[in-house]
Write a protein that binds this ligand. Structure first.
Ligand SMILES: Nc1ncnc2c1ncn2[C@@H]1O[C@H](COP(=O)(O)OP(=O)(O)OP(=O)(O)O)[C@@H](O)[C@H]1O
Ligand SMILES: [Mg+2]
Length: 266
């Protein structure tokens, strides 16, 4: 097993954890979805994971916090070997925030209650303490004035910003994002990406599945391209997106950057 990475000191929120994935395999029945993935995210680094639908990106992310059990391989997040059979799942997940395409807010709770429920239940925080922390994080995403609203009174982009604030109330050392802007109206995508950019600048370790190539190019330290359960190409964003070497990466980027197939040069 590789040694867990040392914690970074740069994060505004305390330590950021690194991620180390080695020889990861995952099958559903006969369908081998991950075929031996090895990759790292250093503490404080932003890595964007790109690849075609069905290539295994979500499965990989879900293995990191053990929403899925891999069949083989190891994953460490900071000092936790998340794939260890005896790992304390609750303790481990406290350090890992996850943001999904569908925001998964509780519809019957206010924005503030959505942000305090987990710290109160899991960290046993007093309501006043949990609310103070929730307001810090809601301010950070620009939504402190929306604390008493219900999710259905917010736009999709605002709901996703609440989902990010909710994750941050646990002071995670790693944030996982699974296509956080795919379900949003185009005009609200920029606000969510801006929050993610701020988080990256504050030193948060981030593993982000995204089709936003502009964001990946600007914010990611590295980009990992997956195809059919394998890492095909990885490197600095400018190289992988700007000058891909592998034919499968080239083909994928051609389709993502020009989905209609119209010859833009003509
Ligand atoms: N719970 C499950 N049970 C069975 N098969 C699954 C399950 N989850 C995912 N799969 C299969 O695993 C493969 C990879 O799925 P995954 O969701 O990881 O891909 P993805 O790269 O995230 O795709 P997308 O870009 O569409 O989100 C697909 O063939 C999918 O049908
Ligand atoms: Mg997915």
């Amino acid at each position: 097993m590789t040694e867990p990475e040392p914690a970074a000191t740069a994060s505004a929120d305390g330590a950021s954890a690194g991620v180390s994935i080695s020889g990861l395999h995952k099958s559903y029945g006969d369908n081998e979805v991950l075929k031996g993935i090895s990759m790292t995210v250093r503490p404080g680094e932003v890595v964007c994971l790109i690849g075609a639908s069905g290539s295994g990106k979500s499965t990989l992310l879900r293995c990191v916090n053990r929403l899925e059990d891999p069949n083989a391989g190891t994953i460490t997040v900071g000092s936790f070997e998340t794939t260890h059979p005896d790992v304390d799942l609750d303790a481990m997940r406290r350090h890992i925030g996850m943001v999904f395409q569908q925001f998964n807010l509780f519809p019957h709770l206010s924005v503030l209650e959505n942000c305090t429920i987990t710290p109160r239940r899991v960290l046993k925080q007093a309501t006043s303490e949990a609310e103070a922390e929730a307001m810090v994080q809601l301010r950070r995403v620009g939504l402190e004035d929306f604390a008493q609203r219900r999710p259905d009174q917010l736009s999709g982009g605002q709901q996703q910003r609440v989902a990010i604030a909710r994750a941050l109330t646990m002071r995670p050392q790693l944030m996982l994002f699974d296509e956080p802007t795919s379900a949003l109206d185009p005009e609200t995508v920029g606000d969510v990406l801006a929050i993610m950019r701020q988080l990256a600048e504050a030193g948060m370790t981030m593993l982000v599945v995204t089709h936003e190539m502009g964001f990946a190019r600007e914010v990611a330290d590295r980009v990992v391209f997956m195809d059919k359960g394998l890492v095909v190409e990885e490197g600095p964003a400018a190289d992988v997106i700007g000058n891909p070497q592998q034919p499968r990466t080239q083909d994928f980027l051609r389709r993502v950057l020009n989905p209609t197939g119209v010859d833009l040069e003509a």
